[in-house]
Design a protein around this ligand. Structure first.
Ligand code: ATP
Length: 321
C-alpha cells in the first residue's frame, strides 16, 4: 500500500488532530504517502484532497477541533454518492483509508468497503464514548473534564444561593459522560438513558436532601427519557422545595485543547490504524481494551451495545447520599 487517505467525520472531538498527526507520521515512516480528505464524506465526493507532510501536522497535537474539518453528508448516504467518492479515491490512487469518527462515520465506510472494495480502518473519534470495542473514544476524557470544570463553577453559585441546578450534558443515546461527570463533580443525582428516571422517587430524594443539603446538582444526559434537563425540572418543579435553575452545557463540551490522556490515546490509535492497514486488515475499528490495542469488526461497533459500568452506577448512588 502506497497511498493512505485520512479523514475526520461526524461531530468533532478533541484529540482528532493528534490522531491525524499520528496517521501521517506513521504512514510516512513506513514509506507511504498520506492524503488528507477535507470535510469528511462531502470532501471525498468532491475530491477535496491535500498532501500531508510530516511538517503539515506540526503544532496540532494540542489543538481541539480538526484541521481536516468535518461535515455531515447526505449525498454519501446514497449509492450514487458513494460511487462518486470511490471514483475520486481511485483517481487519486488512494488504496487505504483511516476513518476517524463515530458510528455514523463507520456505517458509511462499511458501505464503501462492501460496495467498492476499498480497504479501511476506523478510529473512534467521538466525545460520547458509546462505541462497542473500545473502553474509551478519542475526546471523551477531555469532554468529561470540561463538563466537570463547568459544574465546579455552577456548584459555587448553587451553594451561595441555596439552589438546585439541573445540568444537562451531552449523550443522546448513552450516559457515559453524565455518569463520569456526576461522580467527579459529586453530583446528588445522575439521570441517564440506560436507566429509567423515576420522577416520583427523584422528587422524594430531593425533599429528603433539602432537609440536610441546602443546594444540589443533578446531572441529566440529553437523551434521558424524561426529555432532558428542562423537561425533568418542569416535572419536579417547586414540589421538591428548592429554588432551581437549569443549565445546558451544550457544545462547550466538544471543544478545547485535548487532555494528555486523549492526546496519547489518539496517537496510539492513529499509529495502530496505519499498522493495521499495512498488515492487510480492513473493516475493523482500532480500540483500547484494558490498556491494549484491539481490533473489532466495524459492524459490531454500533450493532452491539456498550454496557455502562454497573459498579460506577452503584458508586454514584452510594456517594451521593
Ligand atoms: P458523532 O458520534 O460525533 O455524531 P458520527 O460519525 O456518528 O459522529 P454522523 O453524522 O452520524 O456522525 O455520521 C457522519 C456521516 O456519515 C453522515 O453525515 C453520513 O454522510 C455518513 N453516514 C452515516 N450513516 C450512514 C449510513 N447508514 N450509510 C451511509 N453513510 C452514512
Amino acid at each position: 500500500m502506497k497511498r493512505i487517505g485520512v479523514y475526520t467525520s461526524g461531530g468533532d472531538a478533541p484529540g482528532m488532530n493528534a490522531c491525524v498527526r499520528a496517521v501521517v507520521r506513521n504512514g510516512l515512516y513506513n514509506g507511504c504517502e498520506v492524503i488528507g480528505i477535507q470535510h469528511g464524506y462531502e470532501g471525498m465526493i468532491e475530491g477535496n484532497f491535500v498532501d500531508l507532510s510530516a511538517r503539515s501536522v506540526s503544532n496540532i497535537i494540542q489543538r481541539g477541533g480538526t484541521i481536516l474539518r468535518t461535515a455531515r453528508s447526505e449525498q454519501f448516504r446514497t449509492p450514487e454518492g458513494r460511487a462518486r467518492a470511490a471514483a475520486q479515491l481511485e483517481k487519486a490512487g488512494i488504496e487505504g483509508l483511516v476513518a476517524i469518527g463515530g458510528d455514523g462515520t463507520f456505517q458509511g465506510v462499511v458501505r464503501l468497503i462492501e460496495e467498492h472494495g476499498v480497504a479501511a480502518i476506523g478510529v473512534p473519534g467521538t466525545i460520547d464514548n458509546d462505541l462497542f470495542g473500545t473502553d474509551f473514544t478519542i475526546g471523551y476524557d477531555t469532554a468529561v473534564n470540561t463538563a466537570m470544570e463547568a459544574i465546579d463553577k455552577i456548584r459555587d453559585t448553587a451553594a451561595s444561593h441555596d439552589r438546585l441546578f439541573y445540568v444537562e450534558v451531552m449523550g443522546r443515546d448513552a450516559g457515559f459522560i453524565a455518569l463520569d461527570v456526576g461522580i467527579s463533580s459529586g453530583a446528588e443525582y445522575v439521570a441517564i438513558p440506560e436507566t429509567r428516571t423515576n420522577v416520583e422517587a427523584l422528587r422524594e430524594y430531593l425533599e429528603n436532601y433539602k432537609k440536610v443539603k441546602s443546594s444540589a446538582i443533578i446531572i441529566v444526559a440529553e437523551g434521558e427519557e424524561e426529555g432532558g434537563a428542562f423537561s425533568l425540572a418542569e416535572k419536579i418543579k417547586d414540589t421538591a422545595g428548592y429554588d432551581y435553575r437549569v443549565c445546558v452545557l451544550g457544545h462547550i463540551q466538544r471543544g478545547g485543547s485535548p487532555s494528555a490522556r486523549d492526546r496519547i490515546l489518539a496517537s496510539r490509535m492513529g499509529l495502530a490504524a496505519v499498522d493495521a492497514l499495512l498488515e492487510g486488515q480492513t473493516n475493523v475499528m482500532v480500540g483500547d481494551i484494558h490498556g491494549k490495542i484491539a481490533y473489532t469488526p466495524l459492524l459490531e461497533t454500533w450493532s452491539q451495545r456498550k454496557a455502562l459500568d454497573k459498579d460506577l452506577w452503584r458508586l454514584a448512588r452510594i456517594l451521593s447520599t
